[in-house]
Write a protein that binds this ligand. Structure first.
Ligand code: AVJ
Ligand code: FE
Length: 436
């Protein structure tokens, strides 16, 4: 891409992110913006000003060398200084002030983008810092959508349903043993934790063609899955007891029917949709009930990216082209996952479907740096989260924008979290002699 192409693409992506941030905050009144809908989430007005604050920090100050616009607000929007539970009590900018602040930052960024070099140092190479900020705003737009899901009251969001299920598919797919390239050293806007590309040898395994659906998850519940201690790990059972888990978040039973609340609408749980709003421990217990296990992160990525005929990893399951509406349910175009088996055009080389979009998929892996990891541009994006506390999720959800989703993209969260748009698929080891 030429410098001009990078500038115009970046401008469009920043603009799209901002339209979404405003759509998610203009649809409710100031009271809804400033109150905390759950202790797990920030008030929406915090996310709104925080995206502007990060944009000021990385683009106007780090790239543009400009002076702080409002140094007194920096610490309010520093996610490390103030945990989410504290944020509603901070002297935050009002909704009106927040909108004005982020609009002013954006005007200056637009101006900077015209004259900033987009090569010559790692921060601006291929427009990286601008791309990082577009991704960052979209990540918060997903978080804001999760806050909307927690919000009580009448619905304010609506969207058409996603694509229907298409054709038939085998229950699972065999991925033969062998090496593949995990991560990337060439994707220009890949974040530090996706780098560098490295070879991983993966023993043969079977993986579900589609995510676990609500009907199968209900079968687990009806088989006493939440009561059977032996299906849960020690930590999982302790959490199931403490939190009183009996089913996915936002579900309840009325008469003989399971209902769910989705962005304020109440509806019967759709049997053929991927299960969403389950935590890692629930995914682990389900897999154990099914006689299976969660895939490792490497297994997920190999099923998604490896092209055995070409002997290389693709950017996305379907190839190297950017996600289109035919490939995946991304970008908040729909406010729910598509039915199992949708988007056959988005299948991977192995025929695995719905890897990208619909629901984030829990993997069995802890969040760690790849061999040769180097924090960039700041340790607090990824490195400070490495270790045993966080589990990796892959693939993005219906709420994830394409700019913040690719075959190498890594998300992470605590194994108890389920306010995110989290689901999963299962895997199992191949039998001796299979796939060798
Ligand atoms: C990658 C989704 C775990 O929201 O905590 C946003 C992304 N980092 N601002 C998060 C992020 C800084 C991050 N996740
Ligand atoms: Fe952030």
């Amino acid at each position: 891409m030429t410098g001009e192409d990078i500038r115009s693409r970046t401008y469009d992506l920043l603009t799209a992110a901002r339209e979404r941030s405003l759509a998610l905050t203009d649809c409710v009144g100031d009271d809804d913006l400033t109150k905390q809908h759950s202790r797990l989430m920030s008030p929406l007005v915090w996310d709104l000003a925080h995206v502007g604050s990060q944009e000021e920090l990385w683009l106007l100050r780090a790239v543009g060398g400009q002076e702080p616009m409002r140094p007194e607000i920096d610490s309010l929007y520093d996610a490390f200084e103030h945990p989410r539970a504290e944020r509603p009590r901070l002297p935050l900018l009002s909704p009106g002030e927040s909108r004005r602040y982020i609009a002013t930052v954006r005007e200056r960024v637009t101006d900077l983008l015209e004259r900033s070099p987009v090569e010559g140092n790692p921060l601006v190479e291929h427009g990286f810092a601008f791309g990082m900020i577009a991704q960052h705003e979209q990540q918060h737009d997903e978080t804001m959508l999760a806050t909307h899901q927690l919000r009580e009251g009448t619905p304010v969001l609506s969207a058409p349903p996603p694509a229907a299920s298409s054709g038939r598919w085998p229950k699972e797919v065999l991925v033969p043993a062998g090496p593949f390239t995990m991560g990337t050293s060439t994707e220009p806007w890949a974040l530090d934790n996706e780098r560098p590309a490295h070879q991983v040898h993966v023993p043969a395994y079977w993986i579900d063609t589609v995510p676990v659906g609500n009907a199968d998850y209900l079968a687990f519940m009806e088989a006493g899955g939440y009561e059977r201690r032996e299906l849960w790990s020690a930590a999982g059972w302790a959490h199931r007891q403490d939190a009183g888990l009996t089913g996915p978040r936002f579900w309840w039973r009325e008469g003989g029917t399971w209902l769910r609340r989705r962005f304020g609408h109440v509806e019967p749980v759709p049997p053929h949709e991927p299960v969403v709003h389950v935590c890692w421990y629930e995914a682990e217990a389900y897999a154990s009930w099914a006689g299976r296990r969660l895939p490792t992160e490497a297994e997920w990525e190999k099923a998604a990216r490896h092209d055995p005929a070409a002997g290389r990893s693709r950017r996305y399951p379907w190839g190297d082209e950017e996600p289109g509406a035919e490939h995946a349910n991304l970008g908040q175009r729909h406010l729910q996952a598509a039915p199992l088996g949708a988007y056959p055009a988005g299948a991977s080389a192995y025929g695995v479907r719905q890897l990208i979009g619909d629901v984030w998929e829990w993997t069995s892996s802890d969040f760690r740096g790849y061999p040769g990891f180097a924090a960039f541009p700041y340790r607090e994006y990824s490195e400070v989260f490495f270790g045993e506390e966080y589990k990796v999720l892959r693939g993005g959800s219906f709420a994830t924008d394409p700019v913040a989703c690719r075959g190498t993209f890594r998300n992470w969260d605590y194994p108890i979290r389920r306010q995110i748009f989290s689901g999963f698929r299962t895997a199992r080891d191949a039998a001796p002699g299979e796939g060798v």
